[in-house]
Write a protein that binds this ligand. Structure first.
Ligand SMILES: [Zn+2]
Ligand SMILES: [Zn+2]
Length: 390
């Protein structure tokens, strides 16, 4: 019963901060900053946390726009993660402004829970989710070493307590050919663009024979300089995704073979580089997810355990979820036909529905913190599930 009363108090606390949280979120939305350049957002977020009584460490993990806010001490240490990076040209078309404000709102409200039951609440600011996998770097540099559980809520088009996310690795490819007059002396040229086009064709053929949930996709970033010059150089960027790390490894070689074959056929020289940052698949802790779903439902959202779209991309939260029990639920802020990374989603991230999503996400997070901090046996269950699934 004590926990029900406490949950009512954290909800009231978040409602009382509605104005500040929505303002913070809208301010980040109208000042979009790309990965590792989220200087304003990190400053506003840490200032808010500091003014509300959390201890702040800025620039953790040698990343200037990463931070950690903490309150309390000892176990359990529950981390709520914030993202605040935007997308090139599209601004906050992934709604990370809402993630940031919900994490901050939940973190501050959780002070009540820590005062009552002990333990530690952490708000960890994780930059550059979209472009550089900030959490991958932070995980490698120990940001989650003393964390017992990690949670982050992403805006979407469904209320769901889990997310499916694939392992993912980037690939940069270049072909070096030989320039020549494309009409007068084509026989003297080596066509680097043709090598790239053949690579795409080979990948398209390969795609018929890969596992269902694997993905290979790419773009050409240099296809030549003029139509009357045989392209001496071509370049492309690709992403390879798979359900698990072993299959990603297998797929890597098959994809690479497509480029090697095209190099042989065209005579162009291949250079390639795999990405430094490898996204791990997301492990959903279902014990945590069920708690979160229950709390979402108590707020009047018909949250499901699994996203009915069964859509999947990749997220650097995957790497965190390999280290500590984690959830990455989604909160609906737009109709189902709206897709993330679109101008429509960017508008939704600044809409009334977006703000409502932010507040409900903050409340459900803070209520889940109550469940965890007040019930050591639930923490054990969360950890047991994590260990058994290893
Ligand atoms: Zn995104
Ligand atoms: Zn996102």
């Amino acid at each position: 019963m004590a926990t029900e009363k406490l949950k009512a108090s954290v909800i009231a606390e978040i409602d009382a901060c509605r104005h500040q949280l929505s303002e913070l979120s809208l301010k980040i939305h109208s000042n979009p900053e790309l990965g590792f350049h989220e200087v304003k957002a990190a400053a506003w977020l840490t200032q808010y946390l500091e003014e509300n009584g959390l201890s702040i460490e800025r620039g953790i993990c040698e990343l200037p726009t990463a931070f950690r806010g903490s309150y309390g001490q000892g176990k359990p240490a529950v981390a709520i993660l914030a993202e605040y990076d935007a997308l090139p040209d599209l601004g906050h078309a992934c709604g990370h402004n809402l993630i940031a404000a919900s994490a901050i709102g939940a973190g501050v409200a959780s002070k009540l829970t820590i005062d009552r039951f002990g333990g530690t609440i952490l708000v960890i600011g994780t930059p550059a989710e979209e472009l550089y996998g900030g959490k991958v770097i932070m995980a490698e540099r120990g940001a989650f070493n003393n964390v017992d559980m990690a949670m982050i809520v992403h805006p979407g088009v469904h209320d769901a307590a889990t997310t499916q996310a694939l392992a993912c690795l980037g690939l940069q490819v270049e072909f070096f050919g030989k320039a020549a007059h494309a009409a007068a002396r084509p026989e003297s040229g080596i066509n680097a663009l043709e090598a790239m086009l053949q690579s795409f064709t080979a990948i398209n053929s390969l795609r018929q024979h890969i596992k269902d949930r694997a993905r290979i996709h790419g773009i050409i970033t240099d296809g030549g300089k003029a139509a009357n010059i045989v392209p001496a150089h071509s370049a492309g960027t690709f992403l390879v995704r798979a359900e698990d790390a072993p299959y990603l490894d297998e797929l890597k070689q098959k994809v690479l073979n497509c480029f090697i074959g095209a190099a042989t056929a065209s005579g162009a020289r291949l250079e390639y580089k795999w990405g430094d940052v490898s996204y791990a698949p997301l492990r959903n802790n279902l014990t945590l997810a069920r708690l979160f779903r229950q709390n979402m439902r108590s707020l009047g959202r018909k949250a499901r355990l699994f996203d009915p779209r069964k859509a999947f991309g990749s997220t650097d939260m995957g790497n965190v979820s390999q280290l500590v029990p984690s959830i990455h639920p989604s909160v609906a802020i737009a109709p189902v036909e709206v897709v993330a990374h679109s101008p429509q989603f960017a508008s939704a991230a600044a809409s009334e529905a977006g703000i409502q999503g932010l507040l409900d996400a903050a409340k459900a997070l803070a209520m889940t913190v109550v469940d965890l901090v007040a019930n050591p046996e639930i923490v054990n269950k969360v950890k047991d599930e994590f260990e058994q699934a290893k």
